[in-house]
Design a protein around this ligand. Structure first.
Ligand SMILES: [Zn+2]
Length: 292
């Protein structure tokens, strides 16, 4: 007979998940209800697979490294650029593969530029919609192939002398260095105004007057569109949110104009169509700001 207490204690250490975990309680319930250690063990095996599935994919090397490192870069052809503003703009998303607003929205935006002959008031516009391509395909925040980095938004160098430890961050860094302005799309799990610890429905901005003015405009347009009060967007000053290894932190080292957009969010808390509306409002406010 398996000693359930020892087993749970072991599992707790192994996974870092405490006894108040809902799934854990569910399995303990199953165990006591049926008193069958084999059923219990099978459920535990499924639980472990569920928790470690991306590590298992990585360990078994299922995701192809060359394929996963090959990110898609869209450089807006010259015929769409009006050169009204002398800026090189970079828009990125999909650093975390389970955050899909930017990925789906920017791919649609690229089609829109091409089909509607959209005029863009910059010297150049580069879009990288899917930084963590395989993470997106496996719906994982983390990278799922063999690369020296699990969370790509923690692997940018924390000073300008050091290099990153992997090929994807290096590629992004090359684009960042050539850009004057970076827009970085993410999805959060909750709402800043409602859920403690979440920065969903916020934009975090670099310390430039121009970015502040632009952000006021973006948030005004967003909040005119959003009806529920707790879902309305807020502006966060970047030094409230400095995490080493993030693109945000790296851009501030280079003194780039930068906006981190955190739509809500993960697990479809706000439906994808609505989140893409938010993304479109942000993009058109951005273009409109520099068109005038
Ligand atoms: Zn993210």
């Amino acid at each position: 007979m398996v000693n359930i207490k020892d087993f749970l204690e072991e599992l707790k250490i192994l996974t870092g998940i405490g006894g108040n975990n809902l799934l854990g309680i569910f399995f303990i319930f199953i165990y006591y209800k049926y008193m069958n250690e084999y059923i219990f063990i099978i459920f535990m095996i499924f639980l472990l697979i569920f928790m470690f599935k991306y590590k298992i994919i990585k360990f078994l090397n299922i995701a192809n490294t060359d394929y996963c490192n090959d990110i898609y870069v869209f450089k807006t052809p010259k015929k769409y650029l009006t050169n009204k503003n002398n800026m090189n703009v970079l828009i990125v998303s999909g650093t975390h593969g389970n955050e899909n607003t930017g990925i789906v929205g920017l791919l649609k935006f690229i089609d829109f530029i091409k089909n509607k002959n959209l005029k863009i008031p910059f010297k150049s516009l580069t879009i990288i919609p899917m930084i963590n391509k395989c993470g997106y395909e496996y719906n994982s925040r983390f990278t799922v192939h063999n690369i020296n980095c699990d969370d790509l938004n923690r692997c940018y160098p924390s000073d300008l002398k050091t290099k990153s430890n992997n090929i994807i961050n290096d590629k992004i860094i090359n684009f960042v260095k050539r850009s004057d302005f970076v827009l970085d799309f993410h999805d959060a799990w909750g709402f800043y105004k409602k859920n403690m610890g979440s920065i969903g429905a916020t934009i975090s901005i670099s310390n430039h007057n121009e970015v502040q003015n632009l952000s006021n405009k973006i948030v005004e347009n967003l909040n005119n569109f959003i009806t529920k009060d707790y879902q309305k967007f807020s502006i966060l000053n970047k030094n409230q949110n400095v995490i080493q290894g993030t693109l945000s932190n790296y851009c501030s080292l280079l003194d780039k104009k930068y906006i981190l957009i955190e739509t809500t969010g993960q697990y479809n808390v706000v439906k994808l169509d609505e989140r893409i509306e938010h993304l479109n409002i942000i993009l058109y406010s951005f273009i409109d700001f520099y068109n005038n």
